[in-house]
Ligand binder design. Structure first.
Ligand code: ADP
Ligand code: ADP
Ligand code: ZN
Length: 215
């Protein structure tokens, strides 16, 4: 099975992904997490990616497709995978179509998680992320049980450098210009499911799980 989560920054992709991969035992491929790790460990990729990420711009396609190509070869992807934050451009989507036949039978569903802009800004500017496992929290909507400590793994929570109001605005614009065209791209292929992401976390999950159930 191959599932793609599409949606603007703050839509809840990571939050939903955490539950879906656990429930469905899918490999989790989040290019944002992979890139942040590369920046943290200062690899060659990380050094190139950092400037783009800090500014809220996309990392160039040729860098991102290489990490996805490698990741798809890992043994855990054989039983199925969930892609979070990839593809983000039409050219990445075309790359995926070309590489997928060597990995699995193809894309099963693309979920477009749709949320109002005002809500996205509120979610992102109070988001906290686990430095160890990448789990997402929110100061108001999803606070951890112990302040600044991850419920899942006990790791420290931090605020992403790109979750400032200014960079968030830039990222939302980048989404509209470069990623939103993928909604139509996948709709034309009859793979798209629109999900109301304004609802509570459990309600959003129910919509997605209900569709995956029938695949
Ligand atoms: P994305 O991966 O799409 O950028 P996240 O899953 O990190 O989004 O969620 C963004 C922020 O919004 C986090 O702080 C998260 O806790 C919170 N959040 C996620 N889903 C919801 C929801 N349905 N309602 C309220 N807050 C949410
Ligand atoms: P969010 O959870 O807010 O949607 P991500 O964690 O997915 O953000 O991505 C953070 C940053 O990493 C992006 O702003 C971009 O710079 C970079 N990035 C992640 N995935 C991709 C991708 N598929 N193509 C290009 N850049 C990416
Ligand atoms: Zn954690």
């Amino acid at each position: 099975m191959l599932i793609i989560l599409l949606g603007p920054p703050g839509a809840g992709k990571g939050t939903q992904a955490e539950r879906i991969v656990k429930e469905k035992q899918l490999a989790y491929i989040a290019t944002g997490d992979m890139l942040r790790n590369a920046v943290k460990t200062a690899t060659a990729l990380g050094r190139k990616a950092k400037q783009f990420m800090d500014q809220g711009q996309l990392v160039p396609d040729e860098l991102v497709v290489e990490i996805v190509r490698e990741r798809l070869q890992d043994p855990d992807c054989a039983k199925g995978a969930l892609l979070d934050g990839f593809p983000r451009t039409v050219s990445q989507a075309i790359f995926l179509e070309q590489v997928l036949p060597t990995v699995c039978s193809g894309i099963d569903r693309v979920f477009s998680i749709e949320v109002d802009e005002k809500e996205l800004i509120e979610r992102l500017t109070s988001r906290r992320v686990c430095s160890d496992c990448g789990a997402s929290y929110h100061l108001k909507f999803k606070p951890p049980q112990v302040r600044n400590v991850c419920d899942q793994c006990g790791g420290d929570l931090f605020q992403r450098e790109d979750d400032t109001l200014e960079t968030v605005r830039e990222r939302l614009q980048v989404y509209k210009n470069q990623t939103e065209p993928l909604v139509k791209f996948y709709q034309d292929k009859n793979l798209l499911e629109r999900i109301d992401g304004n609802l509570e976390i459990d309600q959003v999950y129910k919509q997605i799980a209900g569709i995956i159930e029938k695949l």
